[in-house]
Design a protein around this ligand. Structure first.
Ligand code: ARG
Ligand code: ZN
Length: 876
């Protein structure tokens, strides 16, 4: 069944209040839901009340406290329909269901993880707990009573403020919670169990004290300190940047080890994948710390963008997700290095969202139809959604953006809103018409902007010719031209910038050029000498830019642009043609010719001590194999791509190894480990240099030495990565892998790294290695993090291993998908999207991939999650 945006209509009944009582039991939890409704004014007086369910059995139904006659209702596992309800006065329905948390392997609704009861209700998990109008535009105030065994569940948590608790019969106790803020069911949460806690307080800008609690497994409390620090910084930042103050007496975070996604913003009670809470220097990398900071912030920021203002329907998902990602990006940029953060964001956008937008799963930021909403928690909705929000800020300016946000909260606090509501706030704040701009929400596909430039020295005029095309995507063959904001600068030979006396052919506001037509010719007058055009600075628009610039011009930008992001972008543009040519040569069996200018520019930047180390580390990371594949666009041979890239990498490594050796000496971090961005940058630079040195030297000795000397997880896992990926068969590698395993055998999150590092060892042997690792006593299919670490990482991040020419990688994935699907459809569907670029493969591989997809599609009983993905991949 397909759900269409156009079919949206309000409910016939208004839900006023929700009272829930849970009697927790591992296999037979009783849920009593007392719901007060009234018929909406103007609604059909004969309309029945239809509530959603999912695998439910009804154990009792009362109408105004009296048992309801069976003739007045129909109950099936997925719905409860009640007839003959009052025309206008309020009435109470009391529903009893009995559910089995232990058997809930989908991890949606109420389930148990390591003896802890927890819930995940977004998007449609609440209907697995009780019959309910389970849609985001039904907002109500909730009271929650939890009754449970005192010994195994000393802790009983739900949303809002704690009302009270006491003993309850033999060996049991209860707790009551009240959330005064009306909310949709997807923000409901319950946690019960025996956990350790880290406590702190936060005083809000109006002087209210808020209790902060992070709950983790006993013994792991010290590893929650960084998350707590990040939480307090997030709360302060949201006050300062957006005037958003926290609105309950308590804010709680619970870390659980079995979780389908990153984390969930339930009101006052965020539930997290423990991977995004737990960190200490011995077990977490700098990347882990940065992720924790970003995700703690993201979920906290949802309190206003998501919870206080929620979504009218799931088509509006980007209303909360795109906006909240934008907010967490800005937070991290303020806490760390803005340019380096931006580079990391764009890398991620290009490697994840661009392929999605170019393949069969492409969809608009705001889709108009879906079959399975779980499959729309995508990088398009999240990351492209964030970029669209960023473009609004670029178009209206920073201060006006803040005014628009203030207006959004003023107009819509307590609402279930739409994208149109959101955009109107910025139109009102800026006086700008955003109609054409809104196409970014509706047209899928990454726009391609083709640019050429000409300079007339006699007239002092620079002419830019720009053309935009938006590729066809499933269901959208023809596209309208979009409003594309391009930040730019005109760099002169001395590094200064030309200021034109006049611009014609496009609106220019500040340093933003507005491309709005399919074709535009823009002239800049009063330019005394030929400038180098630095275009799409800061990645102001999420586009593919084809601008043939001379290598010397790119090198000029790479060394001189005032915008660090533009410098990194120019390096990428300098490297990509060389890597693409290398891949073509490798495919044809002709010698690869690495570019000396590229190597020298990289080395100059690496050695430039005026540049921050984190930036230099980003500069040294050549475009990835998937970046090259995207550039090649079709008929891809992952083995040739890798071979070409390896040749270029080796050339850079061998060009002047002394530069890399000097970096590893100069940038040692002294003293105790600190996770701050500057220290992390130095470690990143040293580890980038280590990878080049290892290749230049051709022996595992240096990496083995780094492995032995490492006193933190960043350096340890980086050294292990170099050993495993560069010297997979060396005895040093086997020893290091075993030492790592033995040392961290009881730490699940670190073991995940051990699996991932091995899952990404390139080459045709990877599949057998992965199969062997699945037989390891450490492996389990029951833990989503473990499955993602091994099977997911292999499929997503090992191009040569997964795309083996004989198709065995695809057949393996198909088997795994079919094995995972009956237990955890969301996990299966997510991992299957690793095949989203299958049509861009060369014929033989594409044929194998097609057969593997067909084998899934023909397998019979599939979840709607997997069926939806596989059908779209076969069709699109
Ligand atoms: N709202 C959560 C977040 O982004 C993620 C929920 C994901 N839900 C899902 N069904 N995949 O913070
Ligand atoms: Zn979110």
């Amino acid at each position: 069944r397909i759900i269409h945006l156009a079919d949206y209509r309000r409910t016939d009944f208004v839900l006023e209040r929700v009272d829930l009582t849970f009697e927790l039991d591992p296999t037979e939890t009783r849920v009593e839901a007392r719901l007060i409704f009234h018929r909406r004014e103007g609604a059909d007086p004969a309309a029945p009340l239809v509530l959603d369910g999912d695998e439910l059995t009804l154990a009792g139904l009362l109408f105004d406290q009296v048992e309801m006659e069976p003739s007045r209702y129909d109950a099936t596992p997925d719905s409860l329909t009640i007839r003959d309800l009052p025309a206008s006065e309020p009435f109470e329905i009391t529903i009893t269901t009995v559910i089995n948390p232990e058997a809930n392997t989908q991890l949606m609704g109420l389930y148990r993880t390591n003896g802890v009861y927890c819930t995940q209700c977004e998007a449609e998990g609440f209907r697995r707990i009780t019959y309910f109008p389970d849609r985001p535009d039904v907002l109500a105030v909730y009271t929650v009573n939890i009754i449970a065994d005192k010994a195994s569940c000393p802790l009983l948590l739900s949303n809002g403020n704690f009302l009270g608790g006491a003993g309850y019969g033999e060996g049991k106790h209860f707790a009551a919670w009240f959330d005064p803020h009306p909310k949709p069911s997807y923000l409901f949460a319950l946690v019960a169990g025996d956990l350790g806690v880290v406590e702190d307080t936060f005083v809000t800008m109006s002087g209210r004290e808020v209790a902060l609690r992070i709950y983790v497994e006993h013994g792991k409390e010290p590893r929650a300190a960084y998350a707590m620090d990040a939480l307090k910084r997030s709360m302060r930042w949201d006050e300062e940047a957006f005037g958003c103050e926290y609105d309950l007496d308590i804010f709680m975070v619970v870390a659980v080890s079995d979780f389908n996604m990153g984390a969930m913003e339930n009101k006052g009670l965020n539930v997290f994948n423990d991977k995004y809470v737990l960190a200490d220097p011995e077990t977490a990398t700098d990347q882990d710390y940065a992720n924790i900071e970003a995700i703690i912030a993201h979920e906290y920021f949802h309190n206003w963008t998501g919870n206080r203002v929620t979504c009218r329907d799931w088509f509006q998902l980007c209303l909360k997700e795109g906006l909240t990602v934008y907010r967490d990006h800005e937070f991290s940029a303020d806490q760390r290095s803005r340019a380096v953060k931006r580079i990391a964001e764009v890398r991620h956008l290009k490697s994840e969202q661009f392929p999605e937008d170019a393949g069969p799963l492409a969809h608009p930021v705001r889709p108009v139809k879906y079959r399975e909403i779980n499959n729309f928690y995508t990088t398009t909705v999240y990351e492209k959604g964030s970029e669209v929000t960023r473009m609004i800020a670029t178009l209206v300016g920073r201060e006006t953006f803040r005014k628009g946000m203030d207006l959004y909260f003023e107009r819509h606090d307590g609402d279930a809103a739409t994208i149109e509501d959101f955009v109107k706030c910025f139109e009102a704040a800026s006086g700008r018409d955003l109609t054409q701009f809104s196409l970014w929400y509706h047209q899928a596909g990454t726009p391609l902007v083709t640019v050429s430039s000409a300079y007339d020295a006699g007239k002092g005029v620079l002419t830019l010719s720009l053309e935009q095309t938006i590729p066809p995507t499933p269901g959208q063959a023809v596209k309208e031209p979009m409003h594309i904001p391009l930040r730019f600068g005109l760099l002169l030979a001395d590094g200064s910038e030309a200021v034109p006396s006049a611009v014609e052919g496009a609106e220019v506001t500040g340093d933003v050029l507005h491309l709005t037509a399919r074709r535009q010719t823009v002239t800049f007058s009063g330019i005394a000498s030929r400038p180098v055009v630095s275009l799409n600075r800061g990645f102001s628009a999420p586009i593919n830019l084809h601008f043939e610039q001379a290598p010397a011009d790119l090198a000029h930008i790479a060394r001189n642009d005032s915008d660090l992001f533009a410098r990194w972008q120019a390096l990428t543009d300098l490297a990509l043609p060389n890597l693409v040519a290398a891949a073509r040569n490798a495919r044809a069996g002709t010698p690869v010719e690495p570019d000396a200018m590229l190597a020298d520019t990289l080395l100059a930047i690496a050695a430039d001590e005026t540049l921050e180390p984190a930036f230099r580390a980003q500069a040294l990371a050549l475009p990835s194999e998937s970046d090259i594949a995207r550039e090649l666009a079709s008929n891809n041979d992952p083995d040739a791509i890798r071979a070409g890239r390896e040749a270029v990498f080796a050339f850079v490594a061998g060009r002047d190894p002394a530069v890399f050796a000097a970096l590893t000496e100069r940038h040692r971090t002294e003293g105790p480990f600190a996770p701050d961005a500057a220290s992390a940058g130095r470690r990143a630079l040293r580890n980038a240099a280590l990878a080049y040195l290892a290749v230049a030297e051709g022996t595992p000795a240096r990496a083995a030495g780094a492995f032995a000397a490492a006193d933190n997880m960043t350096d340890l896992s980086a050294a292990l990565g170099v050993l495993a990926h560069r010297f997979p068969d060396a005895p040093e590698t086997a020893e290091a892998l075993e030492a790592f395993r033995a040392r961290f055998a009881d730490n699940a999150l670190v073991l995940d790294k051990w699996f991932s590092i091995q899952a990404t060892i390139p080459g045709a042997g990877a599949l057998d290695r992965v199969k062997r690792l699945m037989g390891s006593p450490h492996f389990t299919m029951a833990n989503p993090n473990r499955v993602r670490a091994l099977v997911g990482t292999f499929a997503f991040a090992n191009p040569t291993g997964f795309n083996r020419a004989d198709g065995a990688g695809y057949r393996f994935l198909a088997e795994q998908i079919l094995a995972i699907d009956p237990k955890n459809p969301q996990l299966a569907a997510r991992i299957l999207t690793a095949m989203r670029s299958w049509r861009a493969l060369e014929e033989v591989r594409a044929d194998h991939a097609l057969n593997a997809l067909r084998s899934i599609s023909n397998a019979g009983k599939l979840s709607s999650d997997v069926a939806d993905i596989v059908e779209r991949m076969l069709k699109g």
